[in-house]
Ligand binder design. Structure first.
Ligand code: NI
Length: 140
């Protein structure tokens, strides 16, 4: 097991505007270095993944998704994915946030594994800014 004090160097390429947004958050939050911000981001990414791995069994859930309306073909792809999972999607609500941004809220009920799969598939699409899954277990 490698401890957190042993450091590895990596080089990454990022879209300019993504890095600008990230740096802006680091400034606002008072980070001393970009490296520290990236370390924290990776830690919360891992925590989020571990948390999402615990979603199993019968669940009621909500997916909140923000995406770029202008991304070519995206609207169709997102609709296709949702139709594939029609058996677990109960309803969806679409709001046109601005000229180029859409917000969609999807209500689901089904196996936790399926809820995670659809979340990850939506997340993987180019032009999708954020996807958040919140679930509660169904009891009784
Ligand atoms: Ni829209």
């Amino acid at each position: 097991m490698t401890s957190e004090t042993e450091l590895s160097r990596i080089g990454i390429s990022l879209p300019k505007n993504l890095l600008e947004k990230f740096d802006e958050i680091l400034r606002l939050r008072g980070y001393s270095s970009r490296s520290e911000g990236i370390r924290d981001s990776i830690r919360s990414y891992i925590t989020h993944y571990q948390w999402i791995s615990d979603v199993k069994g019968e669940r009621q859930g909500v997916i909140t998704m923000v995406y770029d309306h202008d991304q070519r073909g995206l609207l169709q792809t997102l609709t296709d994915i949702q139709h594939e999972y029609a058996h677990i999607i109960q309803a969806s609500l679409h709001s046109h946030v601005s000229r180029d941004k859409c917000l969609e809220v999807i209500l689901l009920r089904g196996d936790g594994t399926d809820l995670k799969t659809i979340t990850e598939r939506l997340m993987a699409q180019k032009g999708v800014e954020s996807v958040k899954l919140t679930t509660i277990p169904i009891e009784g």
